[in-house]
Design a binder for this molecule. Structure first.
Ligand code: AHR
Length: 843
């Protein structure tokens, strides 16, 4: 049995003069790695990816189709929705199953501005030609809309398609065309398909002999490009007279990832493959749930011939073809050696949007649906759905390993449904790992749980402060999968600082691999022409693809995954953070009252607040009555600053608070300075579920790690106390200590492990400061160390630096050799860097 690892985080606070003496060249710190103290194995499942159709991740991205709006369905209005003033509105009568609220009248989604998106008609000869959408003669019931082109008199027209912000056509490469026509209205003439460059130059063509029949005819063609253009477009040129219906106009490069039909764009798929993902989560994300249940992803509509797939207007504001459907996702997993993770719907629409729920007696049909999905992937080919997999060209089962029961669902309805899904799936497929969408602490809210799935979209500060988050989580009969995480606040479209914060967070993930078994960054993709989410991992346009600095961090972690952790202690100078400022009280979407506010200073003096005067309301309506101060709406935020001249440093704050009505609990602000900067104790925040300290910098309010579950009752007076001392905050309620947290100003992090396959000790180090950082490294219990070893460094001059499609290697890992590894060596880490040291060591 392996000895267990002690998690060591000793911090040496050096006096200021010692810091001055410790000039850059001298090690200021010490890392001690004891290879005899093994930590948990780091499972091969650890680093994976999460695909969701957002930012044109699939259509116009990974999915190699070049024609946009190929089936003319992009403006099909989802059932029950309506389009008004260029926006899409969900059904007004659906209601949220948690709050019973109907959608706010302003809740709306973007809608195409063009009548027939991506298509145009140019009259080349003659006049009067027109095109319009029609459902008069559907190609099939799933995709009823077609394009009707009419030439009333002899003439010539070009029906153009822009592709997804241009088509990348390359000289000498082959393209596969497929389209359907119906000639009920007797179009008499010629047709030719052309691929044309942005400057109008023809890159290839293929004639089309139009069938005279009304019945839909399929054409397939093969085009070889004689020129290149990354912003090319497709033209269907019609010459003659009459009316023709067109549908499913599709163009694929012959060359796709693994050369599969209906395949994936090679460069993008290879960028994913290079991450060595252990698993792929699909299809979402919010798209699993839909704005309302009705427009959720239905996997059964994503398999089979793409001509018959209806597609869906998805949560992210455009219609997707679902060409990269369930089968293609499983095939991709198989192709790259990843485990599949299917996320199913539990009969709940997205709770952050409309949040409608199916009736309880309909839940079984959703359970059936996920069991069918599993059968499709794993069945032996004789069962109903696995037979369809065989018909679709894949006799052997696919590597489906995980099922997530819902996406970002919570609340009593979800908890109950989860238990039902869990039992039904486990009974038939005990080998699958089943994941609950509840976050930290959620393991207690189910009868049985394999994994929980917390998500974090945060500021760099939050992740820098969260490297010990998992050290502090309880262990038990559950594991953690971090299904979505990213720094996406205060980093623009993403930058090196954000990537370093993710690298720092991952030191804690990897060190706690006894509990955290899997993680996937989100979102994965962005077509740079349509960013609907602030920060995404991999960017592309029609012909280029680039991994942001965060991508490089992901890749470095996956490429340098040790077999097991080894005990690592890190002693480094710390500059303690002082807290100084004013106090305020408030509420988020909640009416509260406060009284008896008293501050006890470090020297024992006390300062009592007069609740009826000396307050400066910041947001919300505030009234003082009978010794209490009451805050209410109409806005969501409400807070009121106690305008004492004194800025409070270390002190104890005590006060009484009572909730009158609303969504959450209490907000107590302290250390407030320069406007909206300081700290908050948020009691019963996050939907009246959680209590945590937060930093506040303007509108950025990252949670400071450590939180507890807490629900605030209405009408009850709570006795609250906050002790602030040396950057440590302690929260007590009714005389009982509830939560303690510390703010530190260390931005250097380390984790290390041993790779049994290569015999190397792997040390990962983040230096998120502007100074180089010298440290001595002591290796304990190694029998021999090779002097020469590999170093990989990711850095750039400015933490705001980032890669772009024009400058894809600005923040790029640099490999070098270090010749001075030994049982004790000094190393200087570069400013703003993430470094991996690979040290050949016998243990
Ligand atoms: O990754 C983007 C979205 O963030 C996902 O769809 C959802 O699960 C989360 O809210």
């Amino acid at each position: 049995m392996k000895p267990t690892m002690k998690t060591l985080h000793q911090i040496l606070v050096l006096p200021a003069f010692a810091l001055l003496l410790a000039a850059c060249s001298q090690p200021q710190a010490e890392i001690t790695i004891d290879v005899a103290q093994h930590g948990a194995d780091i499972p091969s499942s650890m680093y994976g990816i999460f695909f969701e159709e957002i930012n044109h991740a699939g259509d116009g991205g990974l999915y190699a189709e070049l024609v946009q709006n190929r089936g003319f369905e992009d403006t099909s209005v989802p059932e029950g929705y309506r389009v008004k003033d260029g926006k899409l509105y969900p059904p007004a009568n659906s209601c949220n199953h948690l709050t019973c609220a109907k959608p706010h009248p302003d809740m709306c989604y973007r809608w195409p501005t063009e009548e027939i998106p991506a298509w145009s008609l140019t009259q080349l000869e003659g006049e009067g030609a027109s095109m319009k959408l029609t459902t008069e003669y559907p190609l099939n019931s799933a995709t009823p809309t077609a394009l009707k082109v009419t030439l009333p008199a002899e003439g010539r027209v070009a029906i153009g398609n822009t592709g997804f912000w241009g088509m990348n056509i390359e000289e000498g490469k082959d393209y596969y065309l497929r389209l359907y026509t119906s000639n009920g209205k007797r179009f008499d003439g010629k047709a030719v398909i052309r691929l044309v460059g942005e400057d109008g130059q023809e890159l290839c063509n293929c004639p089309l002999a139009i069938d005279m029949a009304k019945a839909w005819s399929e054409y397939t063609g093969h085009l070889t490009a004689t020129g290149s253009d990354s912003r090319a477009h497709l033209v269907i040129e019609l010459e003659g007279k009459g009316t023709l219906l067109l549908d499913y106009v599709s163009l694929f490069p012959f060359e796709t990832f693994r050369n599969r039909a209906n395949g994936l764009r090679k460069d993008i798929a290879e960028t994913l493959e290079a991450m060595r993902p252990a698993f792929v989560r699909w299809p979402g994300g919010c798209v699993v749930e839909g704005i309302t249940l009705s427009n959720r992803i239905k996997w059964k509509e994503t398999i089979g011939d793409p001509v018959t797939r209806p597609g869906v207007y998805d949560t992210w504001g455009y219609r997707t073809t679902m060409g990269f459907g369930y089968h293609e996702f499983l095939q991709f997993c198989e192709d790259i050696g990843a485990g599949g993770m299917f996320v199913c719907n539990v009969g709940l629409g997205c709770q952050g949007r409309v949040g409608d729920a199916c009736k309880e007696d309909e839940v079984d049909s959703f359970i059936e649906d996920v069991l069918d999905a599993i059968d499709y992937a794993l069945g032996d080919g004789t069962t109903e759905w696995s037979r369809k997999r065989v018909e679709n060209g894949h006799p052997a089962p696919f590597p489906l390993k995980y099922v997530e029961i819902g996406n970002e669902n919570w609340g009593p309805v979800y908890e109950k449904r989860y238990d039902k899904f869990y039992k039904a799936i486990k009974e038939k497929y005990p080998q699958l790992k089943l994941i609950s969408t509840l976050g930290l602490g959620g393991q207690h809210r189910h009868e049985r749980v394999d994994m929980i799935d917390p998500h974090w979209y945060v500021s760099p500060e939050f992740f820098f402060a969260s490297d010990k988050l998992f050290d502090q989580q309880e262990r038990g009969d559950y594991e953690i999968y971090i299904g979505e995480y990213a720094v996406n606040q205060n980093v623009g479209g993403g930058n090196l600082l954000g990537a370093l914060a993710e690298a720092a967070f991952l030191t804690g993930v990897e060190r706690n691999s006894d509990l955290v078994k899997m993680a996937s960054y989100a979102p994965l993709f962005e077509n740079v022409n349509d960013r609907v989410w602030p920060t995404n991992l991999i960017w592309f346009d029609s012909y280029r693809v680039m991994g942001r600095s965060s991508y490089q961090v992901q890749k470095m972690y996956a490429e340098n995954r040790p077999s097991f952790n080894v005990a690592t202690s890190f002693e480094q100078p710390v500059i303690p953070v002082g807290v100084k400022g004013q106090i305020a009280v408030g509420g988020w979407n909640t009416d509260n009252e406060y009284k008896d506010l008293k501050v006890t200073l470090a020297d024992g003096r006390t300062v009592e607040a007069d609740m009826s005067q000396g307050w400066t309301p910041q947001e919300g309506t505030w009234n003082a009555e009978g010794g209490t101060l009451k805050g209410s709406g109409p806005g969501v935020m409400r807070w009121n600053l106690w305008s004492v001249p004194e800025a409070f440093g270390d002190c104890s704050i005590s006060l009484k608070a009572r909730k009158i009505a609303g969504a959450e609990g209490f907000l107590i602000y302290f250390g407030m300075h320069d406007g909206k900067n300081g700290y908050i104790l948020n009691i019963g925040g996050w939907g009246n579920q959680t209590t945590a300290f937060q930093r506040i910098n303007g509108n950025d309010m990252p949670q400071i790690p450590n939180n507890i579950s807490q629900y605030v009752e209405e009408g009850r007076w709570y006795d609250i106390r906050i002790d602030i001392k040396d950057g440590k905050f302690t929260y007590s309620l009714d005389g009982k200590q509830m939560l303690e947290t510390a703010i530190e100003n260390i931005q250097r992090y380390v984790v290390s492990g041993y790779d049994e396959n290569t015999g190397e000790l792997i040390v990962k180090f983040v230096n998120a400061t502007k100074e180089p950082f010298s440290t001595s490294v002591n290796l304990q219990n190694v029998t021999s160390v090779k002097r020469k070893g590999k170093v990989v460094t990711l850095t750039s001059a400015d933490p705001k630096d980032e890669n772009t499609l024009d400058d894809p290697k600005r923040v790029f890992p640099r490999e070098s050799t270090f010749n001075k590894f030994s049982g004790q060596f000094d190393y200087t880490f570069e400013p703003w860097s993430f470094t991996v040291l690979r040290i050949k060591a016998e243990i």
